[in-house]
Design a protein around this ligand. Structure first.
Ligand code: AMP
Length: 288
């Protein structure tokens, strides 16, 4: 595996592959790799001839009170894990390569960027503006045939899919299922912030999702009943969610009754960590 830091080196490496007719898969990341990231890399390895992983802690998607400086970084460890997962090229640019002096463009997607994690009462749409802008740039830099994103960040997937359709970006988006610890906690770089007792309490998020899945499996698809089941698990762990909501999987509009496929999504602070998790509820499906 090679590591490159400039767009010029990246394009030079990819040009030869493209000329040889190879397909290119891209996995955008902020590093601090865990099995969730590795699942994306393996999916990319299986579906494309040449696998590029970008490693860039994107400052523009962090709010003023968020953890940009504290965000875990260990490029040497990440490079070893990516190489072992079969990645061909690691693109790890410095901030000035992505945002040179005078950088002035924002890609901003209305609607889907303004709810849930983008609600102005919470982090504001600026978070997703940062995400969509950097992902648009990565798509232009790499020009991948296919790009891989985790279901863990369900809203991010909806935002990116909207952007790709609206801007006619010729890339296929693949979503990879959430990778979890054996006790259900969704893997996240931010789990590193959890003290042992908080780590235990944090499992309530996935238990809340399972309680909702059970309610739907038992035939109760009303939003109030489904959300009450989920709230019960969070309450028992003393967790007050930032949000716990049922939304359409396609446009994130609010949903009153679980239908074909409905997103149940939760965000909560546990200690220093802001955690998110979600599940797709389907009428008639069995719980996990
Ligand atoms: P991040 O480095 O946190 O920006 O994440 C990079 C990619 O990994 C995103 O597409 C995430 O959705 C994905 N990802 C993060 N955690 C998980 C997980 N537990 N399971 C699957 N994908 C994940």
């Amino acid at each position: 595996m090679r590591t490159v830091r400039t767009v010029a080196e990246l394009r030079a490496a990819l040009g030869a592959r493209r000329d040889a007719g190879q397909t290119i898969g891209l996995v955008p990341t902020m590093g601090s790799f865990h099995d969730g990231h590795l699942a994306l890399m393996r999916a990319a390895r299986a579906a494309s001839d040449y696998v590029v992983v970008s490693l860039f802690v994107n400052p523009t998607q962090f709010g003023p009170s968020e953890d940009l400086d504290a965000y875990p970084r260990d490029e040497a460890r990440d490079a070893g894990l990516a190489s072992a997962a079969g990645v061909d090229l690691l693109f790890a640019p410095p901030v000035e390569e992505v945002y040179p002096e005078g950088f002035a463009t924002t890609v901003s997607i209305d609607g889907v960027s303004e709810v849930l994690c983008g609600d102005t009462e919470r982090r504001g749409r600026g978070h997703f503006d940062g995400v969509s802008t950097v992902v648009a740039k990565l798509f232009n830099m790499v020009a991948p045939d296919v790009a891989f994103f985790g279901q863990k960040d369900a809203q991010q997937v909806v935002v990116i899919e909207r952007m790709v359709r609206d801007l006619d970006i010729p890339v296929r988006i693949e979503t990879v299922p959430t990778v979890r610890e054996p006790d259900g906690l969704a893997l996240s770089s931010r789990n590193a912030y959890l003290e042992p007792a908080e780590r235990e309490r944090a499992t309530a998020l996935s238990r809340a999702l399972v309680a909702a899945e059970r309610t739907v499996a038992a035939g109760d698809t009303d939003a109030a009943a489904v959300l009450a089941a989920a709230h019960g698990e969070l309450d028992a762990a003393g967790i007050e969610p930032e949000y716990l909501e049922l939304r359409s999987t396609t446009d994130l509009s609010p949903v009153e009754r679980v239908n074909g496929s409905t997103l149940l999504t939760v965000a909560a602070r546990v200690g220093r960590a802001r955690l998110i998790d979600n599940t797709v509820l389907r009428q008639g499906a069995l719980p996990r």
